[in-house]
Ligand binder design. Structure first.
Ligand code: APR
Length: 237
């Protein structure tokens, strides 16, 4: 039997048990900050210092958190099934630190910064890169200021062509830990359904787009994924 093609899309919920704050849960990031103040190109133009400090605090937090059972289960899945495309809305590096490879970060990454002049991105996680002082590029003769390598509201998510191709050609589409509020990520399940994939949701509570899924598992990703991945492995091999 031809091996199944799987796409997994993760959101902030898969990193919650690692201690990384989500956005829309109680105590989430958007409770303390107005999105328009810290996560838009206008915010960066208006008050780059505040935006920079918001992201530097999250970049510094990366060294304080580690992958949880949910991340490790997806690594097991990706290492034992040939075609598992992992797409994440998260900007942390926990999937990579769990061992996953070729992770598609559609909303950018905290580990990298982007030159404002050349738009080149580089990993900048040395201690000197994590202060509240702006960081400057190494790619320009006259060093340019760098910006967070994050897709802000109003900007285009990364690698959408590759993402749509993968979603529209998969047999199993799994979403883990996302509230289904933010598009285009929240609409990917409809692309998968339209292409005949079986769609599964793993989330702590009913998300906004719950009715689009064939199968819904409500609970903690770190508790549900180990068993679900074992089931999917049996079905795939
Ligand atoms: N296990 C599973 N699901 C969980 C857990 C957990 N331990 N903890 C929380 N959740 C669920 C919540 O119930 C919620 O539905 O994860 C979801 C997190 O939703 P959001 O905070 O909205 O995060 P996300 O869906 O990833 O946000 C999408 O919005 O602000 C932008 O760019 C940002 O990528 C982000 C995008």
């Amino acid at each position: 039997m031809e091996q199944r093609k799987v796409v997994v899309l993760t959101g902030a919920g898969i990193s919650a048990e690692s201690g990384v704050r989500t956005f829309r849960d109680n105590g989430g990031l958007w409770e303390e900050h107005r999105v328009e103040d810290v996560a838009t190109p206008e915010a960066w133009r208006h008050d780059a210092d505040m935006v920079w400090r918001f992201y530097q605090a999250r970049r510094r937090q990366l060294s304080e958190v580690k992958p949880n059972e949910g991340h490790l289960s997806l690594f097991r899945f990706q290492s034992e099934v040939e075609h598992v495309t992992l797409i994440t809305q998260n900007v942390d590096d926990l999937h990579e630190r769990a061992g996953c490879t070729d992770v598609i970060h559609m909303h950018g990454e905290l580990r990298t910064l982007r030159c404002e002049f050349s738009h080149e991105r580089e990993v900048r996680m040395e201690p000197s890169d994590l202060s509240d002082d702006f960081a400057y590029c190494t790619c320009c003769t006259h060093q340019s200021r760098m910006r967070p390598d994050i897709v802000w509201f109003g900007e285009t998510p990364m690698e959408m062509t590759r993402i749509i191709e993968a979603v529209e050609s998969c047999d199993l589409f799994v979403v883990v830990g996302s509230s289904g509020h933010v598009y285009p990520a929240a609409g990917l399940v409809n692309h998968a359904k339209h292409s005949g994939a079986h769609t599964v949701l793993v989330n702590l509570e009913q998300p906004a787009n719950a009715e689009a899924f064939d199968e819904v598992h409500l609970g903690l990703a770190g508790e549900l994924l180990p068993t679900l991945v074992s089931t999917w492995l049996k079905e795939s091999n």
